[in-house]
Design a protein around this ligand. Structure first.
Ligand code: SF4
Length: 696
């Protein structure tokens, strides 16, 4: 069978990190090590990045947790204890806190790296065993604005509603706010397919932007003005696909009226993008036989992120791209299971199958699969940052169970988040290493990791993949599935939680039936045989849906919706105290909060610490030299890191990657302003002061 694919000869699986989920083969190496081989697959075409090549080292990291840790009181150190003691303590504390403060006083925080089975079980655990409304996950910080914008326009959100091959075959690609050359390097070969017609929008001249035919370098926080300007050019230059707009969309007239006011000179004043470049970008897209518009975190992590993505979807619709074979709009999801992570119920407002927790039919269906009464399911909770910000407050949760996330490093305004976490009565963290957040926990539960268990992941295309067990887990660790099932028992859950991944997946299939993300027809066997299956897949005869929207969109009338949006500036403006923009992002060698990649020696050697990228001109004006420690300060806090001087960034903007803790933690500085629709924080722009740190 697919799960017992013979560890003697190795197994076919996928990378533990990003949403490209590159295909790998793991074979037994010397000693306990596994050797990573790249496999040919449509997403990675035989390529891996250095994170993937070194991923087996995570399995044998000396930092690996192999026994539960517990502190006797808030000031006592974490000490090893038995599973029995640890689990009883968790159950006792959660029970006590719920009896004293109500069910919502215990919160759950998940992650976009958890397998589908774990994400599903975490949501079920919260709703059935704890019966708390307070569950959300770090995917809010990832692609939630694109998910909200896609749902608004198309009725459903699947990151790429077409296979990745369509990107490679497209005659033109517009990539807004994505740096694939560093975040998912094997993806770049698909962009190279766009050859002479790749347009990249980014305030930095990233490695990806340097490959483009045209690089538009807007002022941070002005992407929506750019999108409106591009739509304006399409209108006045006669590039709108009128037949498509009439046949397949609604709402065009109002959107066209708004775009009419964004004449190119106004766009240039707002964004800094020259009129000629704006025109050229639109013509490249409109005149290509097939064209794809993609957004990444740069477009999405703003207080107007949903509207910004909507602006680019409006452009794609005006040009007649979505639902046309070989063309379309898609989002480059970031986290490994960012897609699946948002479909199975670990979001505050969702039940499995990507359905609303406020939809009575969805509640009835899921409750029947779970064997509970629909009335027993809690309602909608609050989003990730709002949840973190409410911890320990009078009306907020007093206990938190955290799985697969490290918000102390990855959440915005991290100093404030640290204060909220410290105000909890009880924190329990399950992880396979002691992350910065885990180090604050009252109980730490050591878990299995990627190659030690089976499970499925849904990649950025909505292709469901199998991650296989390649070696036994070290003695002393348990799967999150086992942990949640045992906790549910201790808490007196009315139903047992399943612990075998395949059985969880079969239950997930039933729970998803009839929803937008319908997994009914997908089985472990089919994934193994077919190399992956695209959702929706409604029964075993359904081949799965490689290209969505070919005939109709998932809206009630089948038409894609133009949504009228207007540009608004970032929440935080520059002033004399904070005269520069800060933007944040990733580097090639690290993943997310770095809790994993900062434990792989080759990656640490390549990228040992945070840095502040600033232009030569800005550095000179501030008297800063290369390598010198620089302090970046916002209204919330500061970070200190060495200066890296560059020609690749605007003179009004500095950049810091967010993978590090300690004094280089840029999220001490970032803004917690939230998008009103997606509740995505504004990671990509805030106002800062940049100065010599005067430290060594
Ligand atoms: Fe592929 Fe992403 Fe893994 Fe790199 S980190 S090997 S791009 S899945």
């Amino acid at each position: 069978g697919p799960t017992g694919a013979g560890t003697a000869v190795g197994v076919d699986t996928h990378c533990p990190y990003c949403a490209l989920q590159c295909a790998m083969h793991l074979s037994p190496g010397p000693g306990r090590e596994l050797t990573v081989h790249a496999r040919d697959f449509p997403t990675n075409r035989g390529g891996l990045c250095q994170k993937g090549w070194t991923a087996a080292e995570l399995l044998t990291t000396p930092d690996r947790l192999t026994t539960p840790l517990m502190r006797a009181s808030r000031d006592a150190p974490l000490e090893p204890v038995s599973w029995d003691v640890a689990m009883r303590r968790v159950a006792v504390e959660m029970g006590r806190i719920q009896r004293t403060h109500g069910r919502d006083a215990v919160a759950v925080f998940g992650g976009g790296g958890l397998t589908n089975e774990k994400a599903y079980t975490l949501g079920k655990f919260a709703r059935v065993a704890l019966r708390t409304k307070n569950i959300d996950y770090n995917g809010r910080f990832c692609m939630s604005s694109a998910a909200a914008a896609s749902t608004r326009a198309f009725g459903v959100d699947r990151g790429l509603p077409f296979p990745i091959e369509d990107v490679a075959a497209a005659d033109a690609v517009l990539l807004v706010g994505g740096n694939s050359a560093e975040t998912m390097p094997p993806f770049v070969r698909h962009l190279e397919g766009a050859g002479r017609s790749l347009v990249v929008v980014d305030p930095r001249a990233t490695e990806t932007a340097k490959k483009a035919r045209l690089h538009l370098q807007p002022t941070p926080g002005t992407d929506l003005a750019l999108a409106l300007g591009m739509l304006h050019v399409a209108l006045v230059d006669g590039l709108v696909d009128d037949a498509y707009v009439a046949a397949r969309t609604s709402g065009w007239e109002d959107v066209a009226r708004t775009a009419a006011t964004w004449w190119p000179e106004r766009v240039e004043r707002t964004t800094g993008v020259p009129v000629g470049d704006l025109r050229q970008a639109v013509h490249l897209l409109a005149e290509a036989r097939t064209a794809v518009v993609l957004t990444g975190r740069g477009a999405e992590q703003h207080s107007n992120g949903t509207d910004t993505v909507t602006g680019f979807i409006n452009l794609a619709l005006a040009l007649g791209l979505p639902g046309r074979p070989g063309s379309g709009y898609g989002c480059l999801t970031g986290q490994g299971n960012g897609q699946g992570g948002r479909e199975h119920g670990q979001k505050a407002d969702q039940l499995p199958g990507y359905r609303s927790i406020e939809d009575p039919a969805a509640r009835a269906h899921v409750a029947s699969v779970w064997g509970v009464e629909p009335e027993s399911l809690p309602g909608k909770g609050v989003s990730a940052y709002e949840l973190l910000d409410s911890l320990g407050r009078d009306d907020g949760p007093k206990a938190l169970l955290l799985a697969g996330s490290n918000p102390l490093v990855s959440a915005p305004n991290a100093r404030s988040v640290a204060e909220r976490i410290a105000a909890l009565d009880f924190l329990v963290v399950s992880d396979f290493v002691l992350s910065e957040t885990g180090a604050l926990a009252d109980v730490v539960l050591p878990t299995t990791q990627w190659a030690e268990e089976d499970g499925t992941m849904t990649n950025l295309e909505g292709r469901v993949l199998l991650r296989r067990k390649a070696r036994p887990a070290p003695p002393g660790v348990r799967s999150d599935l086992e942990i949640l099932a045992e906790l549910a028992r201790h808490l007196g859950s009315p139903v047992e939680l399943e612990v075998r991944p395949r059985a969880v997946f079969d239950e997930l299939r039933r729970a998803s039936a009839g929803g937008p993300a319908d997994y009914s027809g997908i089985t472990y066997e089919r994934i193994a045989l077919e190399g992956g299956v695209f959702w929706p897949c409604r029964d075993k005869h359904d081949p799965g849906t490689r290209r969505m929207f070919l005939d109709s969109f998932a809206t009630p009338d089948g038409l894609a919706r133009f949504v009228t949006v207007e540009h608004r500036a970032p929440v935080e403006q520059r002033d004399d105290e904070h005269p520069h923009y800060l933007t944040t992002g990733r580097v090639l060698h690290h993943y997310q909060s770095g809790a994993q990649t900062r434990r792989v020696p080759a990656l640490v050697a390549a990228a040992p610490e945070a840095f502040v990228e600033l232009s030569y001109a800005l550095a000179e004006s501030l008297g800063i030299s290369a390598g010198e420690l620089v302090r970046v300060t916002s209204r919330r806090g500061s970070a200190v890191a060495p200066a890296r001087l560059s020609d690749d960034i605007r003179d009004d903007t500095v950049f810091m990657p967010f993978h590090w803790a300690g004094r280089g933690r840029v999220n001490s500085v970032t803004s917690d302003a939230l998008d009103p629709v997606s509740r995505m924080p504004e990671f990509k722009v805030c106002a800062v002061r940049v100065e010599r740190a005067g430290l060594t």
